[in-house]
Design a binder for this molecule. Structure first.
Ligand SMILES: Nc1ncnc2c1ncn2[C@@H]1O[C@H](COP(=O)(O)OP(=O)(O)OP(=O)(O)O)[C@@H](O)[C@H]1O
Ligand SMILES: [Mg+2]
Length: 396
């Protein structure tokens, strides 16, 4: 058979659509390339799981490298503080690009990076001490962030970006994926650092591109009020033309075509979700094992669907398994409505609680990316089929 060209759960071979989003990034890069200056405020792509945030950032990373950028990539995680990871990622990027000076000054750079890693890695102690003294009555409790980590990070990013530029590169590009899991302290340091770098933007040839779940904008604004001046871009499901392209472009590259009715069926089933398109494409391919020159028809799609649905059920099961009892009650109430967008009042009523009393499970489920707010107090599930899955759990 021709090799399976689909990539469920991995960066796609070809990114379908997303032209305007890529242009947003490229505009920032162009500023760095042309003026050698900071590429604007923090750029934040936000979307539920599986919509294509990481894929977009990875594609941008590849383009940026052609433009002469050195890029550092951080996948934020709850297990590790983000800022030391960021410093390490910058170091790795500089080393890979062979941008670090050789000899004695190279050694000084490495020692400095180690020191900065330590400096940005312990914001907790300082912040805790400051929070221990309650703010004067009437003053809002904004977390006080130590200046040391900001100054350390600012110095590092300035020097690293200048180093790249001085050696003939375009500048430094930072990617922070899964930004929503970064602590408020880390977000605050990052935002303050960027604000300071913007104060001297002509000498800071760098740009920062980030992605996270739909809670990210709110979390950033909470971490620092000026966080709201970041550029927020919501990623949506793919339109029909782009959804078809996800299936056809990589298949045609290995000599396999899709018949129209088969394509229509998969596009309808996936409802524009990139992950589902890749998943169904992949399971169809594995069921049929087409040779180059073959075409995929309706019968092939039917043969592949059960495996795709099993995989999806496993995902749903994992989300259900990670939910607390109260969150499960919330999900059951939400699923029972059988509508796409469900009001808070209806969920509360079905749970037999006051509307105000369901805030905690609601926030947690949003933070986990299982549901998302769609305005006016409405929420919906972030993956198609999850409501049906929950309704099917009648034994619970
Ligand atoms: N524009 C696209 N064209 C083709 N495939 C895509 C596109 N966007 C995403 N995909 C595919 O969809 C799946 C999910 O993409 P990705 O991991 O980038 O999503 P994500 O938003 O980062 O999800 P998560 O929040 O879980 O990290 C992957 O299998 C990827 O191959
Ligand atoms: Mg991702």
């Amino acid at each position: 058979m021709a090799p399976n060209p689909y990539t469920p759960g991995q960066v796609p071979r070809v990114l379908a659509g997303r032209a305007s989003e890529l242009r947003r990034i490229e505009d920032r890069l162009a500023r760095v390339v042309t003026y050698g200056e900071l590429g604007g405020p923090l750029l934040v792509f936000h979307a539920p799981r599986g919509i294509g945030k990481t894929s977009l950032l990875r594609t941008a990373q590849a383009r940026a490298s052609e433009l002469g950028f050195v890029s550092a990539w951080v996948a934020c995680s709850r297990e590790r503080p983000v800022l030391p990871e960021l410093v390490r990622a910058v170091q790795t990027a500089l080393e890979k690009a062979e941008a670090l000076p050789r000899g004695g000054s190279g050694g000084r750079w490495r020692r400095r990076l180690e020191r900065i890693t330590l400096e940005v890695g312990v914001p907790g102690a300082k912040v805790q001490a400051q929070l221990a003294t309650p703010p004067p009555a009437g003053e809002a409790e904004t977390p006080a962030i130590g200046q040391a980590p900001i100054a350390a990070l600012e110095g590092l990013l300035h020097d690293a970006a200048s180093l790249v530029r001085d050696r003939g590169g375009a500048g430094l590009l930072l990617f922070l994926d899964e930004l929503h899991v970064a602590s408020a302290d880390d977000m605050s340091v990052l935002l303050n650092t960027l604000q300071n770098l913007d104060g001297d933007r002509a000498h800071n040839p760098l740009a920062v591109v980030t992605a996270g779940l739909p809670v990210t904008p709110e979390a950033l604004t909470r971490a620092a009020t000026f966080g709201e001046r970041s550029s927020f871009v919501a990623l949506d499901v793919l339109n029909e033309v782009d959804a078809r392209a996800v299936l056809t472009v990589v298949a045609e590259a290995v000599g396999v075509t899709w018949e129209d009715d088969a394509l229509d069926a998969v596009v309808a089933e996936a409802r524009g979700y990139p992950y589902l398109l890749q998943l169904i494409g992949s399971s169809t391919w594995d069921a049929v094992r087409p040779e180059s020159g073959a075409s995929i028809g309706m019968a092939d799609v039917r043969a592949g669907l059960p495996a795709a649905r099993d995989q999806l059920t496993a995902m749903h099961r994992a989300r259900w398994g990670a939910a607390s009892r109260l969150e499960r009650a919330f999900l059951v109430a939400m699923a029972a409505s059988e509508r796409d967008n469900v009001t808070r009042a209806e969920i509360a009523r079905r749970m037999g609680r006051e509307s105000r009393a369901i805030s905690v499970p609601r926030e947690r489920l949003i933070a986990k990316g299982v549901i998302e707010p769609v305005g006016h107090g409405l929420v919906r599930f972030t993956t198609p089929g999850f409501g049906e899955f929950v309704r099917g759990l009648d034994e619970e």
